[in-house]
Each structure stands twice: as structure tokens, then as C-alpha cells.
Design a protein around this ligand. Structure first.
Ligand SMILES: NC(=O)c1ccc[n+]([C@@H]2O[C@H](COP(=O)([O-])OP(=O)(O)OC[C@H]3O[C@@H](n4cnc5c(N)ncnc54)[C@H](OP(=O)(O)O)[C@@H]3O)[C@@H](O)[C@H]2O)c1
Length: 315
């Protein structure tokens, strides 16, 4: 079969022949139709991700849409150390497979499922899914996951959505009620965040100094006993932050995370088919470019920030 293959971490994955996988116990064979490339997949391919054990060769790719042996279409998350999603065929643990409707748009779901599920699962599972009358602040709103989080917050009923981000051009285009620039000086940033201190939920894709600065502007400006649920989802601005304890004592503040591990596998199975249906229908969108897998080496990084999706022909 053809696949994107990593044989050395200092080279982009090469489009080449690779032995087709044989499913082991509890694995399912998948004929892949579409799989995307994001930061995590690039880190897997260059050996820099913390989960890398240095084992080569490998096929990168964390998730995708494909056809199962019984003909059903499915979204899958990979689990095998060698066989990732960027191949004509892959194998994965049966528990990481979510059957989809037959008319699902494979490329759309492959492009958006990972960034969209970050807020879908955070709001529906880590929060209680009831966003009626709620104000949501999205920290890192200019990325794929952040911009989908705006659309998903509104779909779930949020009354007000505040976008906080660094990229001025992208920030200006976002469909948020208010926008706050991370590039503003400290006084202007503090004033703009304090004006939204009554937020009910923060979806945090940044952590690090950006989250610390936002907490220090927001927490002291809160009034009364209104719960703030801060959901840590990504760490684009840093893996750690240091916060004065007093900032937390004065307010009703709950800090939780959302991702694999904090959400039960059966909850993903329950929640993701509906998200796949909405993505397939175009209810939520993120900018993507779809190319045949044969072009993976030449297009390993996106020239324009669009999410790259690679497709394979059905056998
Ligand atoms: N927990 C989950 O379930 C889950 C699921 C999916 C993704 N994630 C995580 O969510 C995060 C975002 O993913 P994505 O797919 O949206 O990535 P993306 O499309 O590449 O977006 C990344 C965003 O982070 C911003 N950024 C990067 N470094 C920054 C910094 N130092 N200060 C401020 N902003 C910074 C970028 O801003 P510019 O536009 O200015 O560069 C961009 O808006 C990642 O950490 C990813 O691992 C988590």
C-alpha cells in the first residue's frame, strides 16, 4: 500500500510503499479515506512529541475517516505505534472507532473533528452542556480549535462570546461579540478583560503567560458569587503558569481540564456521532485544503494556516 512514511526524524514523511497492516487482537483494519495533519501529527513525525519512543519507521496521523471491513464509514483515532492515519490502510483499537452515517463527508470530518471536539467535549461533558444565557471567553480564538469554539458555543446556546487572540488579522474576522487583542499593552488588556469579568466559562487553548495575564486581569474584577469555570484545553503559549494564591481565594473559580483522560471513552462514543453529523452538514467550519495523499511530502506544512487534509482513493 501507499503511505506517508517516516524513516528518519530529520526528514519530512515520504510518500512510498509500505507493508499493509495485519490487525492484531482487538484491532480493526480500516481503509482510510481522509486524514489531517496538525501540530501534534507534525511533532509525532519529527520525534519531538513527548510520547515519541524513537521507534522507526512509522506512519504519522492521529485520526481520520475510513471504511471498516463490513463497509461502514467510521471516524477513528489511531492507537498503533507504527500504523497511523496517513496511509491507504491502518489498524486501530476497536474502542477508538465511531461509526458514522453513510453520507458523511469524509474530508470535512477529517479536517475538523479534532479541533471541533476540543470545545464540543469541554462544553458538553466538562461543563454541563447548558449554555443558555452564558458568556464564554475563548483564549486563543484565532486557531482552528478556537474559531470552531466560537461557532460551537453559539450553537450550544451561549449568549455572548468573547474572542481573545494574538493574530490581529484573524481576530478581526472572527464572528465574536467582542474581541480582545493579546498584543494590547497591559493597561488596555486589563481594561478589556475586566469589562468581561462576568464570563461564566473560559475555554483556554493557550495556558502559559497568556492565561496567567488573563486570570490576573479577570479574577480581581469579578463581583459577587458567580461561578467561573475555566477549562484548560491547549497549551500553545506555555506548558506551565505561576499564579498568586490570593487571586483564586477571592472568587468562585473552578479550574478543570478537558481532553483524553479527563473524558471517559464511552462519553466520546456518545457525543461524537452528532458532532460528525453537524460537521458533515457544514454547521461548523474551519479553513482547510484537501489534497491526494501522493502530495503529502511536498505539502507537509500548510503555507496559509489552512488545515491540510489528505485523501485516499477507495479501493
Ligand atoms: N484537549 C483537547 O481535546 C484538544 C483537542 C484539539 C486541540 N487541542 C489543543 O488546542 C490547541 C490549539 O489547537 P489548534 O488545532 O487550534 O491549533 P492552531 O490552529 O495551530 O492554532 C493555534 C493558535 O494558538 C495561537 N498561539 C500560538 N502560540 C501562541 C502564543 N505564544 N501566544 C498566544 N497565542 C498563541 C496561534 O495564534 P497565531 O494565529 O497568532 O499564531 C493560533 O491561534 C493546541 O494546544 C492543541 O493541542 C486540544
Amino acid at each position: 500500500m501507499k503511505a506517508a512514511v517516516v524513516t528518519t526524524f530529520d526528514q519530512k514523511p515520504q510518500y512510498q510503499d509500505f507493508p499493509a497492516p495485519t490487525p492484531k487482537t482487538n484491532q480493526e483494519l480500516i481503509h482510510v479515506l481522509a486524514a489531517s495533519v496538525n501540530h501534534r501529527v507534525q511533532a509525532q513525525a519529527d520525534g519531538s512529541h513527548y510520547t515519541s519512543d524513537g521507534q522507526l519507521p512509522l506512519i504519522p496521523g492521529l485520526d481520520g475517516v475510513g471504511r471498516l471491513a463490513d463497509g461502514r464509514l467510521a471516524y477513528f483515532v489511531t492507537s498503533d505505534p507504527v500504523y497511523g492515519a496517513l496511509a491507504e490502510q491502518t489498524v486501530t483499537d476497536r474502542r477508538r472507532i465511531i461509526p458514522l452515517a453513510a453520507d458523511t463527508d469524509a474530508a470535512k470530518v477529517a479536517a475538523s473533528m479534532n479541533p471541533a471536539m476540543s470545545s464540543w467535549m469541554a462544553l458538553k461533558d466538562r461543563f454541563n452542556g447548558d449554555l443558555a444565557g452564558k458568556k464564554v471567553l475563548i483564549l486563543g480564538a484565532t486557531g482552528h480549535a478556537g474559531s470552531l469554539a466560537i461557532q460551537i458555543s453559539r450553537y450550544l446556546g451561549a449568549t455572548t462570546v468573547i474572542a481573545v487572540g494574538r493574530n490581529q488579522q484573524k481576530l478581526a474576522q472572527l464572528p465574536a461579540d467582542q474581541k480582545v487583542s493579546l498584543l494590547a499593552n497591559d493597561d488596555d488588556f486589563t481594561t478589556a478583560i475586566a469589562a468581561n469579568a462576568d464570563a461564566d466559562i473560559v475555554l483556554d487553548y493557550l495556558w502559559g503567560e497568556a492565561a496567567r495575564r488573563t486570570m490576573l486581569a479577570l479574577l480581581p474584577a469579578r463581583k459577587g458569587h458567580q461561578l467561573l469555570t475555566w477549562i484548560e484545553i491547549g497549551s500553545m503559549a506555555g506548558a506551565a503558569l505561576s499564579l498568586p494564591a490570593a487571586a483564586l481565594r477571592a472568587v468562585d473559580f473552578t479550574l478543570i481540564g478537558s481532553g483524553q483522560g479527563s473524558i471517559a471513552p464511552q462519553t466520546f462514543l456518545r457525543e461524537l456521532p452528532e458532532l460528525a453529523r453537524l460537521l458533515s452538514q457544514g454547521q461548523f467550519n474551519t479553513a482547510s485544503t484537501t489534497l491526494p495523499l501522493a502530495q503529502v511530502t511536498a505539502n507537509w506544512t500548510s503555507a496559509d494556516d489552512k488545515r491540510l487534509v489528505f485523501t485516499m482513493n477507495e479501493a
